[in-house]
Design a protein around this ligand. Structure first.
Ligand SMILES: Nc1ncnc2c1ncn2[C@@H]1O[C@H](COP(=O)(O)OP(=O)(O)O)[C@@H](O)[C@H]1O
Length: 289
């Protein structure tokens, strides 16, 4: 697969290896077993024992469109001090630029299709390069890898410690995507959907309060062009076809942590921290400082 990666972006695996494998904070993820929710996971964070040359967190977020990868990856990124790199954001930045790719990308993204591996590797390499020059280390990837090919190439390039697979029932995913809004001024994400999904087909009842914008953002809200119902359904179909095999890949490696979202952010965030054994991470970090 290294040869494949070199075919379209010669520096990709080496760039990843270089930028992600040589730094300070240690996050040793041990005994990751493939299983469903793990409220008492044994991921270890030896914050006081910081061997030289150890590297930062290298985590991946998987999950269907609308599940909240961006929200939780962003929160963990702030908590752990590692960059949150979302390939969807990289694609949208390129799309809104007047660069040569923008027209081609718009058509693909607005149909809910996947962008070619070559384009994704180029965007990701550029992002990693920029981060590397600012001294970034580690990452929380969101939206990558999304196909088995991308997964194998990433595997060649560097070692992933943990893969968090966020899960939510499909009717709620669709409602969430349709309620999603972004402030065109500050870039923050909100959600106008008020979700009250009854228990059915073995799924428990789920409620999620809307995440409303503050007054200064409410007149500047925009909707992503790919958050229309037919396109969301197509993205879900493609996720099942192309990205569910990625879940299996990491499940077989014993790196997958499944997390069923119990509700909105107020219910889910503390439970996620608990599942990651990070509930007192802030305290441990200040104690170790
Ligand atoms: N790893 C990737 N491989 C191919 N295409 C990607 C990748 N990441 C993002 N994209 C493109 O960007 C779009 C938006 O991505 P993202 O914001 O992650 O969407 P979602 O809400 O569906 O998870 C995708 O529908 C796809 O066209």
């Amino acid at each position: 697969m290294a040869a494949l990666a070199r075919l379209f972006k010669p520096q990709f695996p080496s760039l990843l290896r270089r930028s992600l494998s040589t730094t300070t904070t240690t996050a040793t993820v041990s005994e990751i077993q493939p299983q469903r929710q793990r409220p008492n996971s044994s991921i270890l964070f030896p914050l006081t024992d910081d061997p030289k040359g150890s590297r930062n967190f290298q985590w991946v977020f998987l999950g269907c469109p609308g599940v909240g990868k961006g929200t939780y990856a962003g929160r963990l990124s702030s908590l752990l001090g590692v960059p949150h790199i979302a390939t969807g954001d990289l694609v949208r930045e390129e799309l809104s630029s007047s660069g040569p790719l923008s027209h081609q990308l718009k058509e693909i993204v607005n149909q809910g299709k996947l962008v070619s591996d070559e384009i994704i590797f180029n965007l990701l390499s550029k992002r990693l390069e920029a981060g590397e020059s600012k001294g970034e280390s580690g990452f929380i990837l969101d939206g990558f890898p999304r196909t088995i090919r991308q997964t194998e190439i990433l595997d060649e390039a560097t070692e992933i410690d943990l893969v968090i697979n966020l899960k939510l029932r499909e009717d709620v995913l669709i409602e969430k995507c349709l309620g999603r809004r972004i402030c065109s001024d500050c870039g923050k994400s909100f959600n106008l959907a008020s979700i009250n999904a009854k228990a059915e087909n073995g799924y428990p009842e789920i409620t999620m309060a809307p995440l409303l914008p503050p007054p200064q953002c409410s007149s500047k809200l925009i909707t992503r062009a790919d958050d229309t119902e037919p396109v969301v359904r197509e993205r879900l179909r493609i996720y099942k076809e192309q990205s569910e095999p990625v879940e299996d890949y990491y499940r077989k490696q014993g790196k997958l942590m499944e997390f069923d979202l119990p509700g909105g952010i107020p219910e889910s965030w503390p439970k996620l921290l608990e599942a990651l054994n990070l509930d007192d991470y802030g305290d441990k970090r200040s104690a170790a400082a």
